[in-house]
Write a new protein. Structure first.
Length: 189
């Protein structure tokens, strides 16, 4: 296995240091994911930028954003992001039944939120090759064409973190340890 350094702000490349400072301000710590991404200032900036856009520029609620993120995390088998986003959802007061459904990959009781979860899963598993019926089901649930495209933003955001965690085998931060999660199956080959 190739070891990736979990950087501190001081050990990170100079171009990553401002991004790590922003992470520390936002989270009260530098998450290990960000500390590893720091080896590539471009990756760290891309991840933080897309994350900020997803969080602040979409028409999605915090719960809807987490449905998209967690659906991708689970389908991609990202143990780090499952734990981290569970902690984020708890802090955002996402209903516990929604958190449990997302961690387990089971239907969400709210039909509109369930339609979003199903659609996010189809975007992931089909790699964006959707049928008209997939889009119509989301629209029929009360979402818009904008939502269709914003699910793609969330999916791209999670590809950056999920794949980084797979490659680097990012160690779980103590802050997220209480929400540890394990993938059920081995990654696809």
């Amino acid at each position: 296995m190739t070891d990736f350094q979990v950087h501190t702000i001081d050990s990170a490349p100079a171009d990553s240091q401002p991004q790590l400072e922003k992470s520390k301000q936002a989270y009260g710590m530098v998450p290990n994911l960000h500390a590893i991404m720091a080896d590539s200032p471009a990756l760290l900036e891309a991840y933080r930028t897309i994350g900020s856009i997803f969080d602040t520029k979409t028409n999605l609620s915090a719960t809807e954003q987490q449905i998209i993120a967690m659906t991708n995390n689970r389908l991609n088998g990202c143990e780090y992001c499952m734990a981290a986003h569970t902690s984020i959802m708890q802090g955002a007061k996402v209903p516990e039944d929604v958190i449990t459904s997302l961690r387990d990959g089971t239907p969400i009781a709210d039909p509109k939120l369930e339609a979003l979860r199903v659609f996010a899963a189809k975007v992931n598993t089909s790699r964006g090759w959707l049928d008209d019926g997939d889009i119509e089901a989301l629209l029929d649930a009360g979402y818009t064409k904008q939502t269709v495209l914003e699910v793609i933003v969330g999916t791209a955001y999670k590809v950056l973190s999920n794949y980084t965690n797979h490659v680097a085998e990012t160690p779980l931060d103590k802050a997220f340890a209480k929400n540890e999660w394990h993938a059920e199956a081995e990654p696809a080959s």
